[in-house]
Write a protein of this length. Structure first.
Length: 194
């Protein structure tokens, strides 16, 4: 459809490959934001998950926020984003999840204040990238701690050749990806078309 075409063409035209496994999309998603493309992303998530009864969208700062906020206009629910740093702005009483960063080779905590996530709340998780699946795993951990209910998990770009998709599937979690990148070898962006 129209939204998928816009997203797909933007990824192919503006995406830049670093090395063999990193796709830079900072002209529209990770640094500069193209709101028209973000809006298409929001609509695509709504097309996929709109039939579910959802109370809240959960994402992680920084890059998840823009996507989740625009999608939330269609779902008409609040967005809560997990924080990566402790600050005065964060209640001391939090749910925590741990995220292993392959690039930094260390584990860090992501946190959501208990007042914004509670038992029985129906949650849709949205994020920008699925690579090793660590961020999503950390958000699932937060849901488990809070006894909120996972209704679905969606990402904008999945790198199908990395371990995250399978790792999450092994844990019983299906991730719906808007764009599936099957290879970045030779600086070529290969997509699995739907
Ligand atoms: P993962 O396990 O969460 O899948 O990611 P990983 O640790 O492999 O990657 C760390 C960060 O890099 C994550 O963002 C992830 O979204 C992002 N990332 C992974 N692969 C790519 C890629 O090919 N292209 C781009 N543009 N990003 C990628 P983060 O640290 O949570 O950063 P942010 O949300 O603050 O931007
Ligand atoms: Na991210
Ligand atoms: Na990112």
């Amino acid at each position: 459809n129209e939204e998928y075409e816009l997203l797909r063409n933007t990824v192919l035209e503006q995406g830049r490959v670093l090395g063999d496994d990193v796709l830079k999309v900072d002209s529209f998603l990770n640094h500069q934001l193209d709101v028209r493309v973000l809006n298409a992303i929001g609509k695509l998530f709504y097309q996929q998950f709109g039939a579910l009864e959802i109370d809240k969208i959960l994402t992680a700062e920084v890059s998840g926020i823009a996507i989740a906020a625009i999608a939330a206009q269609y779902f008409q629910v609040p967005v809560v984003f997990a924080k990566k740093t402790l600050s005065k702005n964060l209640d001391p009483d939090t749910w925590e999840g741990s995220v292993y960063s392959y690039t930094k080779q260390q584990t860090y905590q992501i946190r959501v204040a208990k007042r914004y996530l509670g038992k029985g709340e129906k949650i849709l998780i949205l994020d920008d990238f699925l690579a090793n699946g660590q961020a999503i795993k950390g958000m699932h951990q937060i849901l488990e701690e809070s006894e909120a209910v996972l209704m679905g998990t969606g990402v904008v770009i999945e790198k199908s050749f990395q371990a995250g998709k399978e790792m999450l599937r092994d844990q019983g979690v299906e991730v719906h990806s808007l764009i599936k990148v099957t290879s970045l070898e030779g600086q070529q962006i290969q997509l699995r078309e739907k």
